[in-house]
Each structure stands twice: as C-alpha cells, then as structure tokens.
Write a new protein. Structure first.
Length: 112
C-alpha cells in the first residue's frame, strides 16, 4: 500500500508491505512521487522488489566494518585492532553467561 505526503517541502512516496518491508523516497513533484509509488508497488507484487541493504544489523557488524574501513588507516592500527577484538570477545562471554530475560536486565543495569 502506498502513501503520498508532503514532508519538509518535498513529496514523499512510501510503500509498505507486511511481508516484504517498506521503502520511501522524496521528490520535488507530486506526480513523480505517485509514479515511483506505482513502480515500487508493481515490483513488490511481481516479486522483483528487493529491500535496501541494512546499514548495520548488529553492533558486531558495526565493529567489524569499523575495523575494516577505519582502523586500517590509523597509525596505531595494531593496538586498536587488538583492543576492539578483546572487547568483542568479552561481549561474547557476557552474552553466553546471560541468556534469556537476564540479558535484558543486564543491559539496563550495567555489568554485574
């Protein structure tokens, strides 16, 4: 189902599907937004639509991407890599110790 609205001086086309997810895009003209919404809806109905890639799905993904793209260009790359990997492994140990509801309590209260 598509919806068209005016937002911050632009026309936004938003298309949602319970099974596939959602997408939105902004345009200067309302007619462009309507055309885009129709194309996206048709792609969803025919199975050609693919969702946008998520930026980061977990904190672990964010750390790995940081290690690849930022740390490698730093003067102290070796030290920072060791430090981040140590924190990464400690987080794994904590996740293993606190499973289920206890993990949620731990996250809100801090380390035991």
């Amino acid at each position: 189902m598509a919806s068209i609205r005016k937002r911050n001086g632009l026309w936004q086309a938003q298309v949602r599907s319970r099974k596939l997810g959602s997408t939105s895009k902004s345009f200067h003209k309302r007619t462009d937004a309507i055309a885009c919404a129709r194309v996206q809806e048709a792609a969803m109905q025919t199975g050609e639509w693919k969702p946008k890639e998520k930026r980061y799905s977990t904190t672990d993904d964010l750390i790995q991407k940081y290690l690849r793209k930022v740390t490698t260009h730093k003067k102290g790359a070796e030290t920072e890599t060791r430090r981040l990997k140590r924190h990464y492994s400690q987080a794994d140990d904590l996740r293993a110790r606190f499973k289920g509801p206890e993990w949620g309590v731990f996250c809100h209260l801090g380390t035991p």
